[in-house]
Design a protein around this ligand. Structure first.
Ligand code: ADP
Ligand code: MG
Ligand code: MG
Ligand code: MG
Ligand code: MG
Ligand code: MG
Length: 698
């Protein structure tokens, strides 16, 4: 979870005094790197996923579950073992996460090294408007036949699932018999009674969060940053965070639904902050203690990174809705299916002034979103016309960036991130060498937790310009996590190769975000999507008269509301994302084995989009609603959660051979996958043998 500097954490008052210092030097640090790296070319596609796991402990006798507070211990053992192996795509890498019951796993090294990627982009320049035609496809194929790097593409695709499976096995090896690593998004009983093992009591008077429900012990003990962030966010906001999520109103749910917190030690602030008919939560842990699935890509240069950032931005709400797996919060069925609004509110450090509840006196800006939310601006030239959200920026820093040679859209993006204060700072790291350090830049950058992240190359590394896709919810199985990851990777290839344009006004992306939170959004709702993704030209009148009525009209003709199925399978002139990916796969002549794996992944995505397969959220909600202990009052009983998580554990570890509740279609055809996986594993072994013997890899 972002930057981890060592040292003595400063209080909020101390941090605040250095806020301008951090911002000023952060911008200098960005500029120094920018000057060194802006013209860096021909980096190749590297990419990697991050899966966050939660350690869950089962008491089978009492039919109870707990989150297991052993993350620090398990992480240090995983890392120790990792030291014995070389860092490759065949190995794993382990990272600390916000909660003490979490660990994050990534491949030991990013996947990739595909020269082919760069060539594909070049080859496709010519295909700009013609990709539908057979000739173009033949031309591309002809070109690609000469590129042997394509061969390794198959291993990479199959590797993803093999590597995620390996990660799960590695954690399991460190757990006790009654513990399981779950790649679930939200632990359903988070903050309910004694929910941790060992037990820990919330302390509303002295804890860093002041939460009635979430004890400090459940925050990672690995690094002081996490508690510091929690405390400083609360101090900056001048009150506890307040998360209010609409409750799912079942037949026996009290109306209005209002909770009494006095027995938990509420001093009245929670009662005042909690809204009727809402599930109320009051700690950073309720959001940052959730898990997600993220994918980072390296672009071949700065300009491609900006393009990818923009083109993927619109996919954030779509993929959030499709990966929805959060129907339960603090032991209640909610009326939403995703974690997003919870995590956004869980780190909302804005004061009342900044939120627009009081006139501005102490603070500089009205800020319309939490530091955890969807992006507010596009950063590639094509995005100019679609930037219709009023961007709050630090004008002075923006000028510094522009004077320093940074292109306007990128400067404005950074200046927007830099309206935030640092919320964790270490006394040993105040004075830095702006030419070679980037801690101050990363401090602000890594506490802007947005749907997309634009990642500049770290200093003194051979890493290029990267873009991170951050909205997706964690899925129960390695198969699903691999499917979502590979889908997004393939989509980036399609976008770049065919020069697609998916842009819609960014305010419409925000509207889609709100739609994506909703219960069963995939089934019931429509999302704004672009009709013609092939023609990349923005209307000419737009360039002249941005914001004019003509311009707005031209833009509004470019998109319409589509169902999830239409977005993935096509509608009218829009071919659909899955057919586009299939066209791409045909043109690069993927081998049968890889094709088989990808087909399974695309099938999962397609069936989810059409509603034939349930989202995890829908499946969990149904499980609860049909459980014998559930009393139709929105409360998820302990025994229900135990049975639910038992089932999830069986599914995710592959113990259930026919989990027909969840994946009837997929499991039937998934028989082909073991073969693909064993091939990938054979490749891994060959590769790791080669690495051990020190020879260079392809
Ligand atoms: P963060 O937590 O800041 O998002 P991580 O270090 O956890 O970043 O890495 C995110 C992902 O990026 C991992 O899967 C990692 O393998 C991958 N990655 C590392 N280096 C590169 C690179 N040069 N290009 C693309 N992805 C990379
Ligand atoms: Mg993480
Ligand atoms: Mg990470
Ligand atoms: Mg290692
Ligand atoms: Mg996280
Ligand atoms: Mg990440």
């Amino acid at each position: 979870m972002g930057l981890l500097s060592e040292g003595t954490p400063l209080s909020w008052e101390e941090t605040k005094a250095y806020a301008d210092h951090v911002r000023k030097h952060g911008i200098q640090q960005f500029l120094a790197q920018y000057h060194k790296l802006a013209s860096r070319q021909k980096d190749i596609l590297y990419w990697g996923d991050e899966v966050e796991y939660q350690l869950v402990k089962f008491d089978h006798k009492k039919k109870k579950t707990f989150v297991s507070l052993r993350g620090t211990e398990v992480l240090s053992r995983l890392r120790e073992k990792g030291l014995e192996k070389p860092d490759t795509e065949a190995s794993t890498s382990w990272h600390v996460e916000y909660a003490e019951y979490m660990v994050e796993g990534t491949p030991g090294a990013p996947y990739g090294g595909l020269i082919a990627h760069f060539n594909v982009v070049e080859a496709n320049m010519a295909l700009r408007y013609h990709f539908m035609f057979v000739e173009a496809s033949i031309a591309l194929r002809h070109y690609l036949n000469h590129i042997d790097a394509i061969a390794s593409f198959r291993y990479l695709v199959n590797l993803v699932e093999a590597n995620t499976a390996l990660r799960r096995r590695e954690i399991m090896a460190e757990l006790e018999k009654d513990e399981v690593p779950l790649s679930q998004t939200v632990y359903p009983l988070l903050g309910v009674g004694e929910f941790t093992s060992p037990p820990a009591k919330p302390d509303p008077v002295n804890s860093v969060s002041r939460s009635l429900f979430f004890p400090d012990e459940a925050i990672s003990q690995n690094h002081v940053r996490f508690k510091t962030l929690t405390r400083n966010i609360r101090h900056r906001r001048k009150e506890k965070v307040a998360i209010n999520i609409p409750i799912f109103k079942d037949v026996n749910t009290p109306s209005p639904f209002v909770e009494d917190f006095s027995a938990l030690g509420d001093d009245g602030s929670s009662a005042a902050a909690a809204l009727p008919d809402h599930i109320y939560m009051d700690a950073m842990g309720f959001g940052m203690g959730n898990s997600c699935l993220q994918v980072t890509f390296q672009a071949c240069n700065l300009s491609e990174a900006r393009t990818l950032y923009d083109q993927l931005a619109g996919m954030c709400p779509i993929m959030l809705a499709l990966s929805a797996s959060s129907p339960i919060f603090r032991g209640y069925l909610s009326d939403i299916d995703t974690r997003w609004p919870v995590i956004a509110a869980s780190v909302d450090d804005r004061t009342r002034e900044e939120r627009g509840l009081e006139p501005l006196k102490e603070n500089k800006y009205r800020i319309n979103k939490s530091r955890y939310d969807s992006i507010d601006s596009y950063i590639s030239p094509l995005g100019t016309c679609y930037n219709d959200i009023d961007l709050t920026i630090d004008e002075e820093l923006c000028k510094t960036l522009i004077d320093g040679g940074v292109e306007v859209l990128l400067a404005r993006h950074i200046a927007h991130l830099f309206i935030r204060d640092p919320v964790s700072l270490f006394s040993e790291r105040l004075d830095q060498d702006d030419d070679n350090d980037t801690d101050h830049f990363e401090n602000i950058q890594s506490t802007n937790w947005q749907t997309m992240r634009f990642k500049p190359p770290p200093p003194k590394s051979n890493i290029g310009w990267r873009v991170e896709f951050r909205p997706m919810e964690a899925q129960f199985t390695d198969f699903e996590n691999a499917a979502f990851t590979v889908f997004i990777v393939l989509l980036t290839r399609v976008i770049l190769s065919y020069k697609l344009n998916l842009l819609i006004p960014i305010s419409k992306v925000d509207e889609n975000m709100k739609t994506a939170f909703k219960r069963d959004a995939v089934l019931n709702d429509k999302f704004y999507f672009r009709k013609d993704v092939v023609t990349d030209a923005t209307p000419p009148e737009c360039v002249q008269q941005c914001g004019s009525a003509a311009c707005n009209k031209a833009l509004s003709n470019q998109y319409e509301l589509m169902t999830m199925n239409e977005i993935f399978q096509g509608k009218d002139e829009f071919p659909g994302l899955v057919p586009l990916i299939n066209l791409y796969l045909q043109s690069i002549e993927v081998d049968v084995d890889t094709r088989c794996t990808i087909t399974q992944y695309l099938k999962l995505i397609s069936l989810r989009a059409s509603g034939e397969l349930e989202t995890s959220a829908h499946w969990m909600r149904n499980f609860v609603m049909n459980h014998k202990l559930y009393r139709h009052d929105s409360v998820v009983p302990e025994g229900t959660a135990y049975d639910l998580l038992t089932r999830v554990a069986e599914i995710s570890s592959g113990k259930i051979s026919d989990p027909c509740h969840l994946f009837p279609h997929i499991m039937r055809s998934a028989r082909h996958i073991p073969e693909a996986l064993s091939n990938a594993e054979a490749y891994l072994e060959k590769k790791s043998r080669k690495t051990h013997s020190g020879s260079k890899l392809e």
